[in-house]
Design a protein around this ligand. Structure first.
Ligand SMILES: [Zn+2]
Ligand SMILES: [Zn+2]
Length: 264
């Protein structure tokens, strides 16, 4: 007997669920791996197919040297490395540089949602390599890498922290030290999807702390913070503030995608 798609018979509901997960894993092993966006057959597990790759709106210079917002410049315009966008001129973020591999749009949203919610953890190595490429400067300068933390109740629901998986891949590929629990969430925060910047700041106040047991790893170090998406920057700002307060020398931020709004 099922209700809303969930097995509710008391004798074997949970066993059914774990059996179907197991069956899924067996199928994964038998079927050729699918592109995480369109499911087309691809060569390696978790790699993006050629058609989808061409759809990705990659980010790069010229961009705001602080938050990474891309600028639209004519080809011959001289470009200095240290140009700031209007928002960063008004208020510099606590992190020094934020960079992202691609623009957050319909396409990258699909890819990241599959990674976050559809158990496509097999895509982590491919996505992690995109981070390594987009953040090569930041990674080279970093003393250590840390993910944005997920509250444990949400970790239980989702079973994995997508930022931690990405940080793990970047560490493995580059040989940089990763401290997975450098930051911890002290209380559950509400999903921020529909919140404005001020609301997000309130939601995060006091929610993220430096792990006291890891504080000695932080002193004067340059930390590279990893997350999947930079939206308003509220989470990155809260994390950077806590890291700096905890003694970090500087903080950079690397995400798979960032929201790009027209400059105000
Ligand atoms: Zn595809
Ligand atoms: Zn900026």
């Amino acid at each position: 007997m099922t209700q809303g798609g969930k097995a509710i018979n008391t004798s074997g509901g949970y066993r059914d669920a774990s059996l179907s997960r197991l069956a899924g894993r067996v199928l994964d092993a038998l079927l050729p791996p699918g592109c995480p966006v369109c499911n087309a057959v691809v060569e390696g597990a978790g790699t993006i197919c050629g058609d989808c790759w061409r759809e990705i709106n990659f980010l790069g210079p010229p961009q705001c040297s602080a938050c990474g917002l891309p600028f639209e410049f004519a080809e011959n315009d001289a470009f200095s490395q240290d140009v700031l966008c209007g928002a960063c001129v008004r208020e510099r973020p606590p992190y020094e540089r934020a960079r992202a591999a691609m623009v957050y749009g319909d396409f990258s949203r699909k890819m990241i949602l599959a990674f976050k919610h559809a158990d496509r953890t097999d895509t982590a190595p491919g996505l992690g390599r995109m981070l390594v490429q987009a953040g090569s400067d930041l990674i080279a300068d970093a003393d250590l890498i840390a993910p944005v933390p997920l509250h444990w109740t949400r970790l239980f629901q989702r079973r994995y922290n997508q930022a931690a998986l990405l940080a793990g891949v970047v560490g493995r590929v580059t040989g940089k030290a990763v401290v997975q629990d450098l930051l911890v969430r002290k209380r559950k925060t509400k999903p921020q999807g529909r919140m404005g910047p001020a609301e997000r700041r309130r939601n995060l106040q006091g929610a993220i702390k430096v792990n006291a047991a890891k504080r000695d790893r932080l002193a004067s170090r340059r930390v590279l913070l990893i997350d999947d998406v930079l939206t308003t920057g509220a989470t990155a700002t809260a994390c950077a503030n806590m890291l700096l307060r905890g003694g970090a020398g500087a903080v950079d931020v690397l995400t798979l995608a960032r929201v790009v709004r027209p400059a105000i």
